[in-house]
Ligand binder design. Structure first.
Ligand code: NAD
Length: 352
């Protein structure tokens, strides 16, 4: 056994109804006038949060968008300056938390994140930003949220079409953590527990999507928190690379593409990461990890092939070219011909 373990600082409050603690946690961070961020679709939630925190709300900015476009960040920066905000409250999924991180990077302001999806940006020092259609990713301690409040009641409003793929997005962080270049025993424990929690809770949520199954939603948020911690601590491999490539090049839904591709990228590494695959299978209670992920994707995913995402066979060639442009770590060597085979299987929706 040989490893380096380096944890990110974190303060996490986890409870059903924990949103009631937002004001107290802002005070703890010394934030007296927060900019309250959300997407346009979640403007009502941002408004409620602002009401809950009273005078601690400087301004509501419900303009967050997928992949953190630079023009949105610049307009939010103007809102920080004109309102005199001295801290950031991000209430939403990865898009909203991404905007909070982009503001923290540029201003040094402290952040309180209140996630409402399973995407898992909140526990990571990673920020992806888009300028003129090109997405770049950076790692900096400056963007890591200072406090995270997980309130499972807040995710229950996700419709099935968002919740299922978002849960598989969280699962992807944990699966890749098990075969990461810098994997370590603590993160692997978290990853396995995350896969177990998400594997048992997501089908229950999808069978009963109107928010009734409180235990299942809580279990899924717990799994998503662990997955996010994995993502923030160890490096990712082929799965995140291919999702980044497909999502960025063809402008596909972030969570949806993670959900579809996870069984295929796990199958890519089936022979080269046997220990990781054993742990995935054990956590899902199945014989074979990639096949278990495929069955789960079939239950909770919305689009079950790259064809259903509207891609063409020519697009697969282009994606394979892009996926091999920058060398990166993966347990199995990454070659164009193998990547193309994987993409073709995903195009057909074949069982890996
Ligand atoms: P999102 O934040 O764009 O949310 C998707 C949609 O769901 C939005 O319209 C949003 O308003 C809505 N929504 C969110 N929560 C809801 C709820 N509880 N009820 C009803 N509707 C709700 O999507 P996402 O998948 O959470 O995040 C994707 C983005 O996050 C991508 O840009 C991705 O790159 C980024 N991300 C970054 C990291 C990181 O570590 N930097 C990690 C994961 C994801």
């Amino acid at each position: 056994m040989e490893f380096v373990y380096e944890a990110n600082p974190a303060r996490v409050i986890f409870a059903w109804g924990a949103r009631a603690k937002v004001a107290e946690e802002l005070d703890r961070l010394g934030i007296s006038r927060a900019i309250v961020l959300s997407t346009p679709a979640q403007a009502a939630l941002a408004g409620e949060m602002a009401r809950d925190i009273g005078a601690r709300a400087a301004i509501v900015y419900p303009g967050a968008a997928m992949h953190t476009p630079l023009e949105v960040t610049e307009s939010a920066l103007d809102a920080v300056q004109s309102s005199g905000a001295d801290g950031i409250l991000s209430a939403g999924g990865g898009s909203t938390i991404g905007l909070g991180k982009a503001l923290a990077l540029r201003t040094g302001l402290r952040q309180l994140a209140v996630p409402t999806t399973f995407a898992g940006s909140e526990m990571t020092p990673i920020l992806g930003q888009t300028e003129r259609g090109v997405k770049t990713t950076l790692r900096s301690a400056k963007v890591l949220p200072n406090t995270v409040i997980y309130d499972p009641a807040l995710v229950t409003t996700m419709p099935a079409a968002i919740a299922g793929p978002s849960g598989m997005n969280a699962m992807a962080h944990s699966v890749e953590a098990l075969y990461a270049k810098d994997s370590n025993p603590v993160i692997s424990l978290m990853a396995e527990e995350s896969i177990r929690s998400l594997g048992r809770s997501l089908p229950r949520i999808l069978a009963n999507p109107l928010g009734d199954d409180r235990d299942a939603w809580t279990d899924a948020v717990y799994g998503a928190w662990l997955g996010s911690t994995c993502l923030g601590t160890v490096g990712m491999a082929i799965h995140h690379k291919i999702c980044h490539t497909l999502g960025g090049t063809f402008n596909l839904d972030h969570a949806g593409i993670h959900c579809l591709m996870l069984p295929y990228s796990a199958a890519y590494n089936r022979e080269s990461a046997p220990n990781a695959m054993r742990r995935v299978a054990a956590a899902l209670g199945v014989e074979d990890g990639p096949a278990g992920l495929y069955d789960l994707m079939q239950k909770v995913g919305m689009r079950r092939s790259l064809r259903e995402f509207g891609l063409t066979e020519d697009d697969l060639e282009r994606a394979a070219d892009l996926a091999v442009t920058n060398p990166y770590y993966n347990p199995r060597p990454v070659t164009r011909v193998d990547i193309l085979d994987m993409l073709k299987a995903a195009y057909e929706g074949a069982r890996p």
